[in-house]
Ligand binder design. Sequence first.
Ligand SMILES: [Zn+2]
Length: 64
Amino acid sequence: MTTPDDDTPKQACPICGKPTAPAYTPFCSKRCADVDLQRWLSGRYAISGREDDALGQDDGTHEE
Ligand SMILES: [Zn+2]
């Protein structure tokens, strides 16, 4: 550890690419952390909707 401050590669915020802030790791700010949270919630909603759609497809396998 000769130059810990200069040689250490700083992680970039996955949302905007800015250097991350220790208080909001791995994001650069509360705003970007909130953006990621909304994306995560949107993903859950999308998965939940797909499961519901799969049930409808299963119903179409019946024969007459
Ligand atoms: Zn950011």
